[in-house]
Design a protein around this ligand. Structure first.
Ligand SMILES: *Cc1c(COP(=O)(O)O)cnc(C)c1O
Length: 371
């Protein structure tokens, strides 16, 4: 007897469209038979990991036959001390996507609903859907999250509301005034998940200090990662900061060894190397100015970004993405986000930023000839 294992899958899983990650360099070069391509598609740190994090991983290699410390004591202590919070407020994850999933596992049941903004980071609706919960999408305004629309989207089944700040892929942000208004308006029983994957890059004065809200808003969970500015995307470490009460629940929901020995060791060393962080942020600031100036010269419209990427209106994102691939430049087309005119490009070294600008000028000229 034949069984339909698609139909037998959990509600929410069989209908999922898998997340499309940035194209790996090796795959592009295999497909097109080209070399020296650059990947500007996944917002990785062009400086790589901190040299201290790499050394710490080398030093611990001999101990990788031993299970990790399931409580991640050392890493939690280091994070807590660095952020001036208590270690009972921290939950560690296998990347922050794991944190987002643990939150959904703990707080979203079949029949519940969760609110997100239009154009929000796509992994989030995938996670909501996979737990059989309903996605309530609030319309964006000028590509950014709109606080009033998000509040209006809340229904009587809503248990979690996700705010991505700054948002990927738009780079837009919710300022201090709006965030304060938002936190004061969300019903206190609804969990607010603030995804701050790019927090280390922020230089805007009116960006909210999310940690300062924890004391008065026990429904707030802040999610952060070592994948972006800390340059450890391949190691998979993220963490949440919340009230101890919520952290206790998240720590019950997570798997006991969700962060491996190398990853925990690297993350700890990375926090202790803020010199590398300063270099990272300075390079990004300079690179963003360089890319924005280049785009203005080319008369290309872009969405002002607080993060380490810029999202550009190129009229036909898919076509320009394909043409850039042939130049050996991998960017991210945004059709999956409902933004078919846009591509997202990661800020990189001055040399690679220039290579992107030269390539986009070339392919936009070809594009104009053919439309
Ligand atoms: C990259 C990213 C994440 C996930 O990063 P991890 O590598 O899983 O830590 C989460 N949220 C946003 C907005 C991101 O851009």
């Amino acid at each position: 007897m034949k069984h339909d294992f698609r139909a037998l899958a959990n509600k929410g899983i069989s209908g999922l469209t898998p997340y499309q990650p940035g194209k790996p360099i090796a795959e592009l070069e295999r497909e097109l038979g080209i070399t020296s391509s650059i990947k500007l598609a996944s917002n990785e740190n062009p400086l790589g990991p901190s040299p201290k994090a790499m050394q710490a991983m080398q030093d611990i290699l001999q101990q990788t036959h031993i299970y990790p410390d399931g409580s991640c004591y050392e890493l939690k202590q280091t994070i807590a001390k660095f952020l001036s919070v208590d270690s009972t407020q921290i939950t560690v994850g296998n990347g922050s996507e794991n944190i987002l999933e643990i939150i959904a596992k703990a707080y979203l049941n079949i029949g519940d609903s969760a609110v997100i903004s239009e154009y929000a980071f796509l992994t989030i609706p995938l996670i909501i859907q996979s737990f059989g919960a309903t996605i309530l999408t609030a319309p964006a305004v000028n590509w950014g999250h709109n606080i009033d629309n998000m509040l209006n989207a809340i229904d009587d089944k809503t248990r979690v509301i996700f705010l991505v700040n700054p948002n990927n892929p738009t780079g837009t942000y919710t300022n201090k005034q709006d965030f304060t208004k938002f936190m004061n308006a969300v019903p206190a029983h609804i969990i607010v998940v603030l995804d701050e994957a790019y927090s280390e890059y922020i230089t805007a004065d009116d960006y909210p200090d999310a940690l300062s809200f924890l004391a008065h808003h026990h429904n707030l969970i802040i999610s952060r990662t070592f994948s972006k500015a800390y340059g450890l995307a391949g190691m998979r470490v993220g963490y949440a900061i919340s009230s101890p009460e919520i952290a206790d629940i998240l720590n019950r929901a997570r798997l006991p060894f969700n962060v491996n020995v190398l990853a925990a060791t690297a993350a700890r060393a990375a926090i202790l190397d803020q010199d590398h962080m300063r270099k990272t942020v300075a390079l990004n600031e300079a690179g963003k100015k360089q890319v924005e100036a280049g785009l203005r010269k080319l008369n290309l419209e872009f969405i002002p970004s607080l993060a380490n990427f810029v999202t550009i209106d190129v009229q036909d994102g898919q076509d320009i993405y394909q043409k850039l691939l042939h130049e050996g430049v991998i960017v991210r087309p945004l059709k999956a986000y409902g933004m078919p005119r846009h591509i997202r490009v990661t800020i990189d070294t001055a040399e690679n930023n220039q290579r992107f600008l030269t390539s986009i000028q070339k392919v936009m000229a070809i594009h104009k000839e053919t439309v």
